[in-house]
Design a protein around this ligand. Structure first.
Ligand code: PMP
Length: 479
């Protein structure tokens, strides 16, 4: 039975929403009082908290607007299928609207997105296809390519949130007017993370139409194109891009502030614990940028930071101690892996690596000159702010390759490289490194989510020898 064939009794006079779709938008705004006090801020720092949308994120708004527009244009027919590549939140919005209006949904995601997000979409009855993040968009296994193929095969409607003008329109129609009304027109700055750019550009268009002096500020992960990067795969989800989506509007935006993964995650945790507002990594990116502005703001400034979703979707990442420690964002102990590296002054500037495009002969020369037996393969280096690890090479494997085919000396390293080295965080326990080195020849030590150094058995031997010697020396002194 279709919805239109049923006669529903009237709910007039009640406060009951007609369907879940009527509960999208009208999200609350809240002052960040404790953070403001802690940082001695003079201005008002407030959050537009999108978590109370039915799907728990800001993306319910564009999901509804894009589907209504497709119905109106005839692109989406009754009982049709919706296909979208999404990191999760837009998918939830689309799944909710699809359930309510009788469509099937297929979502294509990268393996960078949290497992909870995949499970969540499946919970709404959607089909989810997971693709590797570490491939170029034109690769047939990339999530862009897979989404194209599935759309074709099923004759589906593809909202294409990156190109669809109704994405930003949703925020022009709803988010902007809500913020203007809720702040009584006192807003001076609007800060939001940018993924598709719909939130910042759409909300910003409305706000500037009311007051052109309102400053629009994008909070961008370091390495993403909006802040001048190349689109390196940073860890924060949902924001930053390696291309410019249709809603990107550099002329409208007043400022872009680049924020590291480390600052995003630590800020998300701090806001959650200080204010009791559980926010995710990209919310952390936005708050971190808002705090930078707030430090220099005037007392009558009102900085509104857009929080797109809840920290609940990041319990296995941002709020998981082992995950955070493995990337070197938090320390588990005092005498940890970092202490081993200190004994030989390891630093990111001294990281030995080879580029994927360099010839094998270069890799061999570096190893011979420096006496190491393995190298990580890194692109975008230097500077290391952009370091992206793609694999590793080791002495033994190269020896076998060249023995089989001497012309391999001239081949690119990427054609002969092996898997990435297992990683250990700079703040993880030395015991963990010892256990891992029983099976791996070397480990890549991460600090702040980035490669710092390679750790080998001989490093650990030197470290333990140094400790043993200092204990012996101490004993000798006492005797
Ligand atoms: N944060 C999260 C978690 C998101 O899913 C998104 C949407 N990709 C954003 C921020 C950015 O919003 P927008 O796409 O409107 O720029």
């Amino acid at each position: 039975m279709t919805d239109s064939s049923i006669r529903h009794p009237s709910l007039e006079g009640t406060e009951i929403a007609d369907s879940i779709l009527d509960l999208i938008g009208e999200t609350p705004m809240v002052r960040m009082k404790r953070i403001s006090a802690e940082l001695d801020l003079e201005c008002s720092l407030v959050m537009k908290h999108e978590v109370t949308n039915p799907g728990g994120s800001s993306k319910d708004r564009p999901a509804l607007e894009m589907i209504l527009a497709a119905e109106a244009s005839g692109e989406l027919q009754p009982g049709g299928t919706i296909v979208e590549p999404t990191s999760g939140n837009t998918g939830v919005g689309l799944a909710i609207v699809a359930a309510q209006r009788g469509y099937d949904c297929v979502f294509v995601m990268t393996d960078k997105a949290g497992k909870e997000k995949v499970d969540l979409l499946r919970a709404y009855g959607a089909e989810v296809i997971v693709c590797p993040v570490a491939v170029a968009p034109e690769d047939p296994t990339s999530y862009y390519s897979v989404a194209e193929r599935v759309t074709r095969e099923r004759g589906a409607f593809r909202p294409n949130q990156y190109q669809n003008p109704h994405n930003a329109t949703a925020h022009v129609k709803t988010t902007g007017p809500e913020i203007w009304r809720q702040t009584a027109g006192r807003i001076t700055h609007f800060v939001a993370g940018a993924g598709t750019c719909g939130s910042l550009t759409g909300t910003g268009r409305f706000l500037k139409s009311m007051n052109p002096d309102i400053q629009l500020v994008a909070a961008d992960p370091e390495g993403s194109v909006f802040s001048g990067g190349s689109g390196r795969p940073y860890l924060v989800e949902g924001v930053g891009e390696d291309f410019f989506p249709a809603a990107y509007d550099g002329d409208l935006w007043d400022q872009v502030i680049a924020i590291s993964d480390e600052e995003s995650f630590l800020t998300a945790r701090h806001v959650s614990q200080t204010e009791g507002i559980l926010i995710g990594g990209s919310g952390g990116t936005a708050v971190a940028a808002a705090i930078r502005l707030a430090r220099d703001a005037r007392p009558d400034d009102m900085i509104v930071v857009f929080n797109p979703d809840s920290g609940r979707g990041y319990l296995s990442t941002v709020f998981n101690e082992a995950w955070m420690a493995n990337f070197g964002f938090v320390k588990e102990c005092d005498q940890c892996v970092g202490a081993v590296l200190d004994t030989r002054n390891a630093s990111i500037e001294n990281l030995l690596y080879v580029n994927p495009q360099q010839p094998v002969s270069d890799a061999i020369e570096i190893m011979r000159e420096t006496g190491v037996s393995q190298l990580p393969v890194c692109k975008n280096t230097p500077p290391f702010a952009n370091a992206e690890v793609s694999g590793s090479v080791d002495e033994l494997a190269l020896m076998e390759v060249i023995h089989r085919d001497p012309s391999a000396m001239g081949m690119s390293v990427e054609n002969v490289m092996g898997a990435k080295l297992p990683t250990v965080g700079v703040g993880q326990k030395v015991e963990l490194a010892v256990a891992m080195l029983e099976t791996a020849p070397a480990l890549l030590v991460l600090s702040g989510g980035r490669p710092l150094s390679v750790l080998t058995r001989s490093d650990l031997l030197s470290y333990f020898t140094a400790i043993a010697e200092s204990v012996t020396a101490h004993d000798d002194e006492e005797n």
